[in-house]
Design a protein around this ligand. Structure first.
Ligand SMILES: Cc1cc2nc3c(=O)[nH]c(=O)nc-3n(C[C@H](O)[C@H](O)[C@H](O)COP(=O)(O)OP(=O)(O)OC[C@H]3O[C@@H](n4cnc5c(N)ncnc54)[C@H](O)[C@@H]3O)c2cc1C
Length: 383
């Protein structure tokens, strides 16, 4: 690898950063690549964080390879525990505090951050927003001698943690200000089937109120909810949502909306800066999932290797990891009519347009078996 050539710099060693570089190395074995990450650079699959107890894995067992091994495998340089603090597109430079490094092309794969929440009281250190392996390791260390967990948020991530912690033998309370679980993805009958399954495991749902205040007592923590209810617990997970990281992109003058705006070639408003993964808004779509970032990594690898390639997304159904009631959902991109069959926790909900074409679905329990046949009928997300 030439040491004098200005490198391609990739910020982030999550699934987006590592998969991009893996794909790039299939196209180009030589061009120097520098990866920079604020964490320790371990290669791990973030979706597995909400399966630790079910799969019997500790935080360290979820790590597949450390940064040293990844650097060797990919023939790249990786700087770990290093936070990029600004970008100057004019001079093709990134900054790490006072230090500056020049790039030829820059790729932003710096992910999304947990939505911050202000909770009153004196128990802030017991509230964990788990967004990477290190956060998970810290949470597991604190969880060790505890029995009860309160999960704030009843979205996909909150419900997955609720199921997993229940499988681990913990008493789980879920508090969320919505009137059904997983509100952004599931139609109500599918949501209530999953809720019913989780309740069967002993999970207690408090839907409607917010956690206002958390205080420490001799016996653990007391959470005061906005409806006056009190929940006793030992530790809290905050899973109230993720938002693409935008700050540095805004300061660099890049166009942003909900995410960093990129076109189908994953190019930002600056010709030599690209973005993919949770931080990117691709042709108007922010999708915080693995399948879109894998498709983006394959396309961008080719573009960086000199073969301009647009990304396309096929249908991308999402498996929700609540093993007590399996769920797969492909949320419709446009409004349609839902046709819903339900028998106990088994729900088959199909959304169709006026002409009868399938727009999306939600399947729970045994109905999940229908997904392969239905996937063939689903429209592509980005043709
Ligand atoms: C519990 C959980 C379960 C999930 N389950 C599923 C699932 O079942 N299916 C699915 O499709 N998706 C799932 N997801 C979503 C999926 O994990 C994400 O879409 C994906 O991991 C995002 O990868 P990323 O590389 O874009 O971001 P990240 O993994 O967040 O990586 C961001 C990287 O950027 C670095 N970084 C950030 N800022 C800086 C900076 N200033 N300087 C240097 N480095 C920086 C970070 O250190 C990190 O290396 C789940 C997510 C969670 C949290």
């Amino acid at each position: 690898m030439s040491q004098t050539q200005v490198p391609v710099i990739v910020i982030g060693t999550g699934l987006a950063g590592y998969n991009l570089v893996k794909e790039f190395r299939k196209q180009d074995a030589e061009t120097p690549v520098l990866m920079i990450t604020a964490d320790d650079g371990c290669n791990y699959s973030k979706p597995m964080l909400s399966t630790g107890f079910t799969k019997g894995k500790s935080a360290s067992e979820l790590a597949m390879a450390d940064a040293g091994k990844m650097a060797e495998q990919l023939n790249v340089t990786i700087r770990t525990n290093t936070r990029v603090t600004s970008i100057d597109p004019e001079t093709h430079t990134i900054f790490i505090g006072e230090e500056s490094i020049a790039y030829d092309k820059l790729v932003l794969a710096w992910g999304a951050e947990p939505v911050a929440v202000r909770i009153e009281g004196d128990a802030g250190e017991h509230i964990f927003a788990i967004n990477d392996l290190q956060d998970y390791a810290n949470f597991r260390a604190e969880l060790d001698d505890k029995k009860r967990v309160l999960v704030m948020g009843a979205g996909l991530i909150g419900c997955e943690y609720a199921n997993d912690l229940s499988n681990g033998g913990y008493e789980v309370d879920v508090v969320a200000p919505c009137n059904q679980i997983i509100p952004n993805l599931l139609p109500e009958p599918a949501a209530s089937a999953v809720q019913h399954g989780l309740e069967g495991l002993g999970v207690k749902f408090h839907l409607g109120p917010l956690v206002r205040r958390v205080t420490q007592t001799e016996q653990g923590l007391i959470a005061d909810l906005s409806n006056g209810e009190q929940v006793e617990t030992d530790i809290i997970i905050s899973a109230i949502g993720l938002r693409p990281r935008l700050d540095l992109a805004v300061k660099a003058g890049l166009q942003v909306n909900q995410g960093i705006c990129v076109d189908r070639s994953l190019q930002t408003s600056d010709a030599d800066i690209y973005a993919l993964g949770d931080c990117a808004e691709v042709d108007g779509k922010v999708l915080l999932y693995v399948m879109p970032l894998m498709a983006s990594a394959r396309a961008l690898a080719k573009t960086l290797a000199g073969q301009p390639t647009d990304v396309s997304y096929g249908a991308m159904p999402i498996m929700i990891k609540t093993p007590v009631v399996p769920v797969v959902v492909s949320p419709p991109a446009t409004e349609g009519l839902w046709d819903i069959e339900r028998s106990g926790v088994n729900v088959k909900a199909l959304c169709r347009d006026d002409a009868g074409a399938l727009l999306g679905y939600a399947l729970t329990g045994t109905c999940v078996a229908d997904k392969l046949a239905l996937n063939k009928e689903l429209p592509a997300i980005l043709k």
